[in-house]
Ligand binder design. Structure first.
Ligand SMILES: NC(=O)c1ccc[n+]([C@@H]2O[C@H](COP(=O)([O-])OP(=O)(O)OC[C@H]3O[C@@H](n4cnc5c(N)ncnc54)[C@H](O)[C@@H]3O)[C@@H](O)[C@H]2O)c1
Length: 458
């Protein structure tokens, strides 16, 4: 009787504890002390390793975690753990799988402040944005939970009273490999559909952001997933390669850069494994002079400076119709100067630091190269910390299509502004890229251009 009464009180206290914990975390405080691998339903130290990595708090440059990169044996252990869970999970009905995913979504929602805080500490994006990331994460799980119960095969009537039918069957153990810019969200994009369809998963986050995906693994277990359904191995390229080459992996889902994606496709082809690749981008954003000016300016800012510009589908090639070019550039410069850069855990900060110093140096090299080619407007430079890194916000005025900063993915807060005159011209130029990921158009005209042309490559 006592235990029964206690249950609701404990449930009530847990969210409060989480809230207390997240509020007490401030910049420069968090230090990871727990194992960061996860298998068979719990945190574990890897049984072998291929080197060591350190994860940082970007806003201070402090090391917040030191961990071993999983070796071949540990990767195999994680895959065996997933295989064990797969045998149970594949027998579940879609509705039963849905229930677990919905419960995981509920727990994420309940712990969203704590999760967003951890994401901010390890990634450097503002808490304002990290909250949105966590919201999208639980929505992703809810979405796939909704699909799980309704997945069905087909029945085909054949001559002579015979019939054929199809069944939707899970593949088995799927591997997820993620990038560092949306650590928690990418893990949800990958695990949501895989688990909803009856698969098990071994996930490897980027070594820059190892922390929050382990919290997701714990949440799945708490939500009722069989032990081993979602496993985490930590490490860099070598660990990723052990995963991709493992004979018992049925599918690989990867988010990251084009060069790594191409290597992964090659490794997968050796085992005839299907792959899903979410890669880099250099997307066009076309702004016609008839557009709602304020919307267009705000859209361009969002499409270039969210998560410090470290977003794959950013609209970094901003094509602006010539008659509004000057007004547009002036307004962008004015608004960029007002973006609040600072400690990402503070409520009014809208932009934190880049992920690490090598990324900062890469971005600054692009800006330097661009300045040599055109007169640019590098608007804001903030030195955050002597030992670690700075942030720069740089709209680059009047770029040309052949400039390196316009052709290559910079993955930082750099907007290239390109003037254009006609619709035909801009569509041709927007499509002229080896990257195809996203596209945006600001105009009051509906369907005044051939969208199939725009979609052909983008
Ligand atoms: N299209 C999308 O949805 C999307 C989303 C986010 C990021 N991205 C892209 O990701 C890139 C930035 O992320 P990044 O720097 O982490 O990318 P990255 O390619 O360097 O690394 C991505 C992941 O792959 C792993 N990896 C590296 N080499 C490997 C190998 N040989 N075998 C197996 N795994 C390997 C890394 O450890 C990491 O976990 C950008 O290009 C960005 O556009 C794309």
């Amino acid at each position: 009787m006592k235990l029964l009464r206690a249950a609701p009180i404990i449930r009530f206290l847990i969210p409060k504890l989480h809230q207390t914990m997240s509020r007490s975390l401030s910049t420069g405080v968090f230090q990871n002390s727990q194992p960061l691998n996860y298998r068979a339903g719990g945190r574990v130290q890897p049984v072998d390793s291929v080197g060591q990595e350190q994860a940082y708090e970007p806003s201070t440059g402090r090391v917040i975690a030191t961990f071993a990169c999983s070796g071949e044996k540990e990767v195999n252990e994680a895959i065996q753990s997933a295989k064990t869970a797969f045998k149970i999970w594949r027998q579940k009905s879609g509705m039963e799988r849905s229930r677990v995913l919905l419960e995981a979504a509920r727990i994420i929602r309940e712990r969203s402040e704590e999760l967003a805080t951890m994401e901010t500490i390890n990634n450097g994006k503002s808490i304002f944005e990290a909250r949105v990331d966590i919201e999208i994460s639980w929505q992703t799980l809810e979405y796939y939970a909704g699909l799980a119960g309704s997945m069905a095969g087909q029945h085909v009537q054949l001559p002579g009273g015979s019939f054929g039918y199809t069944r939707r069957e899970p593949l088995g153990v799927c591997v997820g490999i993620g990038a560092w810019n949306y650590p928690f969200q990418i893990a949800c994009w990958k695990s949501g559909p895989a688990l909803a369809c009856g698969n098990a998963m071994v996930y490897k986050p980027s070594p820059f952001t190892p922390i929050t995906v382990v919290l997701l693994a714990e949440i799945f277990t708490e939500a009722g997933a069989p032990p081993g359904l979602f496993n985490v191995v930590q490490g860099a390229a070598a660990t990723g390669e052990f995963l991709c080459k493992h004979a018992e992996v049925a599918k690989i889902s990867f988010t990251g850069s084009v060069p790594t994606g191409s290597k992964i496709m090659e490794m997968a082809s050796k085992g005839i494994k299907p792959v899903t690749l979410e890669l880099g981008g250099k997307s066009p954003l076309i702004i016609f002079s008839d557009s709602n000016f304020d919307n267009a300016v705000n859209g361009a800012l969002m499409a270039n400076f969210l998560t410090q510009g470290q977003v794959c589908c950013n609209g970094t090639r901003v094509f602006v119709q010539r008659d509004i070019l000057q007004k547009f550039t002036e307004e962008v410069v004015k608004k960029v100067a007002k973006i609040k850069i600072g400690d990402p855990l503070l409520e009014d900060t809208r932009m934190g630091p880049l992920i690490n110093r090598p990324q900062l140096e890469k971005v600054l090299a692009f800006v330097k190269g661009a300045k040599e080619q055109v007169s640019c407007l590098a608007v804001k430079m903030v030195k955050r910390n002597q030992t670690h890194h700075e942030v720069s916000l740089s709209p680059i005025g009047e770029c040309r299509d052949d400039m390196t900063c316009v052709k290559e993915e910079i993955f930082g807060p750099v907007m290239s502004i390109l003037p254009f005159d006609t619709e035909e011209e801009v569509l041709e130029r927007a499509n002229n890229t080896t990257y195809g990921l996203a596209a945006g158009v600001f105009s009051r005209f509906e369907l005044c251009f051939n969208t199939s042309t725009l979609n052909r490559k983008i």
